[in-house]
Design a binder for this molecule. Structure first.
Ligand SMILES: NC(=O)c1ccc[n+]([C@@H]2O[C@H](COP(=O)([O-])OP(=O)(O)OC[C@H]3O[C@@H](n4cnc5c(N)ncnc54)[C@H](OP(=O)(O)O)[C@@H]3O)[C@@H](O)[C@H]2O)c1
Length: 353
């Protein structure tokens, strides 16, 4: 704590000292008609304001980073089977990437998993892999398309899980399309909202009700994204769905606490998965890929965060965007991004699911 507090407080004091000095000079020269006494009072008030805001922002950053660093060092490999007395989990988007890694980590703890994903070769391959690697754990495949006909996919999920004791829900399915907003049809936008956001909402509603009715403890986890903190030009729908998840989970967590249900949302930075398979490869994406995480590491953070964090950022990019979001308001942030807009535009991006 001290090694973090020391530089931040020093920064805050230095920063405010400079600010203080410049402002006092300015006030002094521009208001020479004001009496000496009034000037002194004014400069003292200004100094209190500057030190106050500086120390507050330094504290805010330290409070943000401390739990983060603590659990990264001392909180690895949390046993969810023990914590929630968990027999079964349900994971959406579990046929590849982060979701698949989450299933494997849960299986390693002896937790049986319902695997929700599209009915494609990825699902078939993932199921074969799960059975081969964990012969003593049960897996149930639930092949559904989460992009449309919610009554249908929810019906399938409810039917497939009705006799199972599910205490861990991982809302992870999602996809990214990088495109100009106007180049995609309204239908395509709505499909993305259904998969990334509404499916998570419907699934949460169902299993949350069940946990409450059965008076069981459990956890509901969400995979959001680092983009939830910043404007996301050319991925506006993706960014909006992720902001929804983060805000929804943060609010629900407070309600759910009294029921013994933990709600956690994790915002990963760039992760090496199929998410970018259909997006054009250009400057920003290539740069982020260089510091990208593996899906296994992100899955570990998701499971280690259950019940310990409500919101957890994962990776340097998420950390920086979150801190930037605390310092700059949306107007200032947008002004900062506008000059780089053209270099961020994906060349000819309009494809995707
Ligand atoms: N990779 C990153 O850099 C990154 C960063 C921040 C957040 N995230 C989030 O992490 C989550 C997992 O993504 P990932 O990176 O692991 O990518 P991924 O490998 O493409 O996994 C996405 C999963 O969602 C499933 N899915 C997509 N559309 C679906 C639909 N209509 N119905 C049912 N399932 C569907 C996919 O199935 P199919 O493979 O069969 O399509 C796949 O299992 C997403 O919510 C993503 O937004 C990823």
């Amino acid at each position: 704590m001290t090694f973090l507090a020391a530089p931040t407080v020093t920064y805050s004091i230095l920063y405010n000292f400079l600010f203080d000095l410049i402002s006092i000079q300015y006030i002094y020269y521009s208001c020479s008609f004001v009496s000496q006494r009034a000037m002194e009072l004014l400069s003292r008030a200004w100094a209190v304001f500057c030190y106050g805001t500086g120390i507050t922002s330094a504290l805010s950053i330290v409070l943000y980073l401390f739990p983060f660093m603590f659990y990264s060092i001392f909180g690895r490999n949390q046993n969810l089977r023990k914590r929630y007395d968990a027999e079964w989990a349900i994971v959406t988007g579990a046929s590849s990437g982060i979701g698949k890694a989450v299933v494997k980590k849960l299986a390693r703890q002896g937790i049986n998993c319902c695997v929700v994903a599209l009915n494609d070769h990825l699902m078939t391959n993932a199921m074969t892999e799960f059975h081969r690697e964990f012969p003593l754990v049960e897996f149930r495949s639930i092949p559904v398309d989460l992009c449309c006909q919610p009554e249908r996919y929810m019906g399938t999920i409810i039917e497939a899980t009705k006799n199972l004791n599910i205490s861990i829900v991982v809302n992870n399915a999602g996809y990214l399309v990088m495109s100009f907003f106007h180049r995609r049809s309204m239908e395509a936008h709505l499909k993305q909202i259904e998969v990334n956001q509404l499916a998570a909402l419907r699934i949460t509603w169902h299993f949350y009700q069940r946990l409450i009715e059965e008076k069981k403890k459990g956890c509901i986890l969400f995979t959001s994204s680092a983009v939830c903190y910043l404007p996301a030009p050319f991925a506006s729908m993706y960014g909006a769905t992720k902001s929804f998840l983060t805000h929804f989970a943060t609010s629900l967590a407070i309600e759910a606490e009294s029921k013994g249900i933990d709600v956690t949302v994790v915002s990963p930075s760039f992760t090496h998965t199929n998410l970018y398979a259909k997006t054009p490869k250009f400057g920003v994406i290539n740069a982020l890929a260089r510091i990208g995480w593996t899906p296994e590491d992100v899955a570990q953070v998701i499971l280690d965060s259950a019940g310990r964090f409500i919101v957890r950022d994962c990776g340097a990019y998420a950390l920086c965007t979150c801190i930037l979001g605390r310092i700059l308001d949306a107007n200032a942030m947008s002004k900062l991004i506008v000059p780089f807009r053209d270099s961020m535009a994906p060349p000819g991006a309009s494809s995707g699911k």
